[in-house]
Design a binder for this molecule. Structure first.
Ligand code: ADP
Length: 361
């Protein structure tokens, strides 16, 4: 099957006076596994339902394969959608649930059987064909919902929080299955989630939404390493944010006077913004924590603080360290048998300048 692109051009949608989507511009490439990530209420489902044709758009254009489909009815769009609730027919067998879309399209019986069996094979449920949905586990129901959608061979697959009804372990297995299936079929897939781990582990690229506005689009590592604003920096992973004022300090360096955590002298780079108010983000694992009197690596920038709390997570320990009036989060890799820094200990926190990101205030 030919892979198609999906394009949103300046899309806007309002409910009454509330703008739920504002000037959404996105291009999802043919065959891409694309995640829409954002907190609850950010407009993810509204956008997905708009692509499916269940929501009308007020402004802008929606193109699939270069064709404006704004006026095309949902059933004529050749787009498959898997709902959060799965929406299986309880009184039909697994086979009949999967065959449903083909029966509706009045295909020949033989073709219905062949394609339904192929879809059941694809999700490993051939042996469950005669069961009813309530005789299946959550993960199996999810697979039926997927089989029922891919059997109609849609050009675009839309998934609305497809894993949120499953328990944690199953979610991890199912997201791998989902990705493997998507890769095998090569269908352009748009996946809605509020779970950044889910988006990061599966998506080729993702868009982060907040209040109906696309904040940033990119690969998971681009968004994690180069967030464009405070929202993305905090929503994709955990981060430390420092506000302050930047001023020149010679030709090669700048001084960042933080609001509450002292001053840092930083090398001037192409990314250094002009003097004035600035904010800075750095990840908890980028901080190196050591006893205050230990030898300090001169390549790092150093702050001194006091341990306020520690959470032991197994692989790492997450510390909250107070540096003057600011609380920073520092993740330290844990090695068997090594003691943790006790609450109240004064520690030195080092960070490489390359790990600091300037953000707009
Ligand atoms: P998300 O999927 O990111 O949780 P939604 O797209 O469901 O967010 O909702 C975005 C915003 O639109 C929310 O503020 C929600 O209350 C509002 N909204 C969604 N559907 C309707 C509707 N049918 N009528 C009015 N407001 C709605």
């Amino acid at each position: 099957m030919r892979k198609v692109a999906v394009e949103c051009r300046k899309i806007g949608l309002s409910y009454g006076r509330t703008e739920v989507l504002r000037d959404v511009n996105l291009r999802i490439e043919p065959g891409e596994f694309f995640a829409l990530l954002g907190p609850s209420g950010s407009g993810k489902s509204t956008l997905l339902r708009l692509i499916a044709g269940f929501n009308r758009l007020d402004r802008g254009e929606l193109l699939v394969d270069g064709r404006d489909i704004t006026a095309v009815a949902p059933h004529a769009r050749n787009i498959g959608m898997v709902f959060q609730s799965y929406a299986l027919w309880p009184h039909l067998t697994v086979f009949d649930n999967v065959a449903f879309g083909l029966v509706e399209r009045r295909l020949a019986r033989d073709e219905i059987r062949r394609r339904t069996e192929a879809a059941l094979d694809l999700v490993g449920l051939r042996d469950f064909a005669q069961r009813r949905p309530n005789q299946l586990s959550g993960g199996q129901q999810q697979r039926v919902a997927l089989a029922r959608t891919v059997v109609i061979e849609p050009q675009v697959l839309l998934l609305d929080e497809p894993l949120s009804n499953l328990d944690k372990n199953l979610r991890v297995t199912m997201r791998q299955e989902l990705l493997a299936l998507q890769r095998m079929l090569g269908i352009t897939t748009i996946f809605v989630t509020h779970d950044q781990e889910e988006a990061m582990t599966t998506a080729d690229r993702m868009a982060v939404l907040d209040c109906g506005v696309v904040q940033q689009v990119g690969s998971p590592s681009e968004l994690f390493d180069f967030p464009v604003n405070r929202f993305v920096a905090s929503f994709v992973g955990t981060t430390n944010l420092l506000d302050g004022v930047l001023s020149a300090d010679g030709t090669d360096a700048v001084r960042f006077d933080t609001a509450g955590a002292g001053s840092l002298r930083l090398p001037r780079t192409a990314e250094t913004p002009p003097p004035g108010a600035a904010a800075m983000s750095f990840r908890p694992h980028a901080l190196q924590m050591q006893a205050v009197d230990a030898v300090r690596d001169p390549a790092l920038l150093w702050l001194t603080g006091t341990v306020e709390a520690a959470e032991f997570l197994g692989e790492t320990t997450r510390y909250r360290v107070r540096v003057s009036t600011v609380a920073l989060t520092a993740d330290q890799v844990h090695f068997g048998g090594t003691p943790k820094f006790a609450d109240g200990t004064t520690v030195a926190l080092g960070v490489a300048p390359s790990q600091l990101r300037y953000l707009p205030t």
